[in-house]
Design a protein around this ligand. Sequence first.
Ligand code: LMR
Length: 328
Amino acid sequence: MKLKAALLVLSAALSFNAFAQAPIVIKFSHVVATDTPKGQAAERFKQLAEKATNGRVKVEVYPNSQLYKDKEELEALQLGAVQMLAPSLAKFGPLGVKEFEVFDLPYIFPSKTALYNVTEGEIGKSLLKKLEPKGITGLAYWDNGFKVMSANKPLRNPADFRGLKMRIQSSKVLDAQMRALGANPQVLAFSEVYQALQTGVVDGTENPPSNMYTQKMHEVQKYVSVSNHGYLGYAVIVNKKFWDGLPADIRTALDKAMKEATTFEKAIAQRDNDLALEAIRKAGKTEIYTLSVQEQAAWRKAMLPVQQQMESRIGAGLISAINKEAAK
Ligand code: LMR
């Protein structure tokens, strides 16, 4: 009888303990608005992860550079102050993983299919592996889209860029791209772009329409050229020590939630960009111009040499492997 009572007490204590156990918290920081493809997918991941783990995991999403700006968020991830991020592929250079800048090369992806051949294949996997020595595990690629260029003057020919101060992300490839057009590139954190455009610190920028619209950049940019000259996407990354230290069943559940969130993200990215471009048009402050075939050719001619120019930084082998994959 005594034994039975003791067992009852013990089992009650154990279940109380399990019940009272604090959830594992994943702080997911990002720099864009919640109603962007990345912002919505982060929210979707939160829902899926919390449900799949019966609340044993709690995901806190911090959008819009609320917690950290571009460079700081990568440092915070390495230090373990946040556990998950989805930085643009153009932001891994300062971390020492220059190969990711291959995604920034002008005209490297003729289509989304070409892009997926790379991100979902061996090249994509091997690039994510390069993050491990930095204490980072890559979980997935998320999509945004092809970029447009904007300024307060029409941008129709490469010559129109001459002397313009253009905001870029922290990528040497994007620096070379803007120089190839005769512009002066300036690296600025995403959170600073609107104000920099408004005050004339920079004259123009590039981004997919969903980023431009949700940051209201169109309110301070009179002209947008739909050029699709380059791509912007993300790597969803976690602190490796945190990830490796999770109970195996939790990691499996989170992996599954990430796969589902990724499928969702890819499905909405293009639609969101189309809607954003339409919304910019409707707002009536910005003239949206689609380059003619001749203009497209002139932009291409000006920017394509960047691929060769960047061989020593990124690796000629990687660039040609991607070009080959993209041509399939
Ligand atoms: C930018 O800095 O322009 C983008 O990388 C922002 C983002 O995360 O989409």
